[in-house]
Design a protein around this ligand. Structure first.
Ligand SMILES: CCCCC/C=C\C/C=C\C/C=C\C/C=C\C/C=C\C=C\C(=O)SCCNC(=O)CCNC(=O)[C@H](O)C(C)(C)COP(=O)(O)OP(=O)(O)OC[C@H]1O[C@@H](n2cnc3c(N)ncnc32)[C@H](O)[C@@H]1OP(=O)(O)O
Ligand SMILES: Cc1cc2nc3c(=O)[nH]c(=O)nc-3n(C[C@H](O)[C@H](O)[C@H](O)COP(=O)(O)OP(=O)(O)OC[C@H]3O[C@@H](n4cnc5c(N)ncnc54)[C@H](O)[C@@H]3O)c2cc1C
Length: 664
């Protein structure tokens, strides 16, 4: 029935004020207002219609993305939207495109690595979108191993230019978003060579296409790398390839904030760490963590609303059947994902703070916290995107058969989201960076240098290596210090075991290679500890709103205890908990599920997503699922005619068995 709220009963059950929770989810009243206003604006503007994109050809989809992106930019300018509003507009537009790379990587790379002069020149063009840029780092042969990139930038002192060259096929740039068809410029990462000496990978601003007719400049071969996973989905983006044939750029287009090449060709390295050349990746990894909570929340919102609408079995005497959300198995799969969405939100907020702090320190030439910022952004990017990808797929299964329909919104969400496990650093490669950081921290224990920040717990190694969990009854698992201690001792003991095993090898790098799998597990345990500890810090802080804190506490303990359950092998093998304590945790988890159950629909309403953004018949706010599934089915082009195309060619001859005679 149109206009009826089929989920009204669910909403009436809520034991907290949803509007207050909306503010907590958004981060502040102001952030909520912006998000709410911009999402409704996008939802009602026909240019941002997106329901038809799965049926578009690649070319149609690409052109449609251009139209939306340019329209979004026009709105940003005409309505004088702030940066925050502009980013929200892009998010709710919900179609990957060149704007993401221009604003998300090209502009930040120039800001982070360009001199003031370079920033003035290039940012004034980029900020007005008079040039469009992308981030061209990855090559056909190397993505993870940035030091292995092959593109060269050789200084020619005669002309005061760099010669950009792709010496092999594998040195072709391959993957950069926006490169294939749109970008006029790129920040290109290449090996800097002066006087025959290789100084490693540096960034260069390179014009790729004519600003008059968009044709590639002589010496440049460029194109799109082809279709990617899924219909619609990430195919709106023109990920591209690029080869240079002795292509020349002026010397002042090397990004020279971190190191310089003089007119004479002298290379001057500054005294800042060389890793700052990777700074743009650190900044994007930080934003990816908050985006993980967004994507997971979308999937969970769809699966929760649909689980409340869907009924199977349990009818007695022809009465009403059971809502599938009432099955404990459904709760055991769904509620930890709901809790994870909130957990990633809060750790994302904290990571933003950490990133802002390290940026301010770097500006003051304080590099002390850089390794921790790198480890946290890398590890949390890895952990949250892996959990979110798996979570979206789980939500699809939670919706049964209908979850597999395109109009459930889940297949496309998965297809768009899953490359997050790869871009901005393969998730395993990133956890190995965390592992290196942990091994270094462990090796310094006892040296008088106290571990700080997220590794401060390692400073209590003596206690954490010996302690036994004090949990005696199920409710003890609602005690934050007991939960934290279990996660800390598990993480520390895993790291120390790795360090001990490493020390058995004469050659540390060989040992590291042998122990890669264990090291990744230890890194994940450390990252999970960070997320749990930041969630606990959140619920221990001031939280306004009727009943809100209670709900967040429930979600926090669900998050922690489901991790304990999932990684029980780690907790038991490190003696961080006993089998009896683990079974008390399962008991507590079931009780928490029962407490969350009446609040589940309201907890996903707090995300404040519009039906447009969700793009899901199953996740509709009003729960009016079945008539809308029919409507969607009838829109399919196969239903344009009752008798399909091909009937006379194939079906009729088959039924009548009158094929032209086959020859072998
Ligand atoms: C209308 C408005 C619209 C607005 C739109 C707005 C917003 C959109 C916003 C953003 C976009 C958001 C999301 C993205 C969406 C889509 C995706 C699109 C783009 C994707 C882009 C990319 O993928 S770019 C390419 C990314 N590539 C990688 O991530 C490569 C991964 N590899 C590496 O990072 C490194 O090579 C490495 C870390 C794995 C190894 O490096 P190496 O130098 O070999 O290091 P070592 O292992 O030898 O270590 C040396 C020491 O350096 C330390 N270290 C390494 N990295 C860093 C670092 N980044 N920072 C600090 N320190 C680092 C390392 O720990 C070692 O230290 P020690 O010596 O002390 O041990
Ligand atoms: C949708 C999408 C958008 C992208 N956009 C951009 C962009 O805008 N600009 C850009 O420059 N790049 C971009 N990329 C490229 C992306 O950053 C790389 O694909 C990514 O960094 C992974 O590198 P790779 O492809 O070389 O993977 P590989 O490193 O080849 O990984 C293959 C396998 O090897 C494993 N592996 C690799 N090294 C190790 C190791 N040391 N130890 C253990 N296992 C290892 C990995 O875990 C993985 O399982 C994009 C990629 C995608 C999918």
């Amino acid at each position: 029935m149109e206009g009826v709220d089929h989920l009204a009963d669910e909403r009436n059950k809520a034991e907290f004020n949803v509007d207050d929770m909306k503010i907590i989810w958004a981060g502040s009243r102001h952030a909520f207002d912006v998000s709410n206003r911009i999402s409704r604006f996008v939802a009602t503007d026909p240019v941002f219609e997106k329901s038809n994109r799965a049926l578009m050809t690649r070319k149609e989809l690409f052109k449609n993305t251009l139209k939306k992106s340019v329209y979004a930019w026009k709105i940003i300018k005409e309505l004088r939207l702030s940066d925050e509003e502009g980013i929200k507009l892009r998010i709710f537009m919900d179609q990957p495109g060149f704007l993401d790379l221009h604003w998300g990587m090209f502009v930040p790379a120039i800001k982070g690595q360009g001199t003031e002069e370079q920033q003035q020149k290039w940012l004034s063009l980029a900020n007005k979108m008079q040039i469009i840029g992308c981030y061209a780092q990855t090559e056909l042969g190397h993505g993870s191993n940035v030091q292995g990139l092959e593109t060269t930038a050789t200084f020619d002192p005669k002309t005061d230019q760099f010669i950009m060259h792709s010496p092999t096929q594998t040195s072709s740039k391959w993957w950069p978003g926006g490169l294939g068809k749109v970008s006029t410029h790129a920040v290109v990462y290449a090996r800097l060579i002066t006087n025959g000496k290789d100084h490693g990978v540096h960034g260069f601003i390179v014009q790729l296409r004519s600003l008059d007719d968009h044709s590639p400049l002589p010496g440049i071969t460029i194109g799109d790398i082809g279709m990617k996973f899924g219909n619609g989905a990430y195919n709106s983006m023109d990920n591209g390839f690029l080869m240079f044939n002795q292509f020349r750029i002026p010397r002042d287009q090397m990004l020279m904030r971190l190191s310089k090449v003089t007119r004479e060709g002298k290379y001057i390295a500054s005294d800042v760490p060389r890793q700052l050349v990777y700074g743009t990746m650190v900044s994007v990894r930080q934003t990816i963590v908050s985006k993980a909570s967004d994507a997971l929340a979308r999937a969970v919102c769809i699966a929760t609303r649909y689980s409340a609408v869907r009924r199977q079995f349990g009818s007695e005497n022809g009465g009403i059947e059971t809502q599938v959300i009432d099955y404990k198995t459904q709760q055991n799969r769904l509620f930890p994902l709901l809790a994870s969405a909130y957990a990633f939100r809060f750790v994302g907020e904290w990571l933003k703070w950490l990133y802002t702090d390290v940026t301010q320190r770097l500006e003051a030439s304080d590099f002390v916290t850089l390794p921790e910022a790198h480890a946290c952004t890398a590890g949390l990017k890895s952990m949250t995107t892996s959990a979110t990808s798996d979570g979206i797929e789980e939500c699809r299964k939670l919706c049964g058969g209908h979850g597999y329909l395109w109009c459930s919104g889940l297949p496309e969400l998965f297809a768009v989201y899953v490359p997050a496990c790869t871009y901005e650093g393969d998730n395993v490669v990133l956890q190995l960076q965390v592992a290196r950081f942990l091994m270094k921290t462990v090796s310094q224990l006892g040296s008088g240098k106290a571990p700080a920040g997220t590794t401060a717990y390692m400073g209590r190694a003596q206690h954490l290596l010996q302690c036994r969990s004090g949990v005696q009854k199920a409710e003890d698992w609602l005690n934050p210090s007991m939960v934290l201690e279990a996660f800390e001792s598990r993480a520390l003991r895993m790291a120390i075991t790795c360090a001990k095993n490493l020390s058995k090898f004469e050659n540390q790098e060989q040992g590291f290679s042998e122990l890669l799998a264990d090291l990744v597990e230890a890194a994940i345990a450390h990252c999970q500890l960070i997320v749990v500890s930041k969630f606990i810090a959140k619920i221990e802080g001031e939280i306004e709103g009727k009943g809100v804190k209670k709900q967040l506490k429930n979600l926090c303990y669900i998050y922690a205890l489901h991790l304990l359950h999932k990684h029980l092998g780690d907790f038991l093998s490190t003696n961080s908990v006993t089998p009896e304590q683990a079974s008390l945790a399962s008991h507590q988890l079931r009780s928490l599920y029962s407490q969350v159950r009446p609040n589940a629909v309201a907890l996903v309403d707090a995300f404040d997503y519009t039906d447009h953004y969700l793009g899901s018949v199953l996740g509709r706010y009003d729960g009016n699922v079945y008539p809308k599934l029919f409507e969607e089915a009838l829109k399919d082009p196969l239903n344009d005619s009752v008798v399909p195309d091909g009937y006379h060619e194939y079906i009729r001859p088959l039924i009548k068995q009158n094929f032209p005679s086959a020859k072998l």
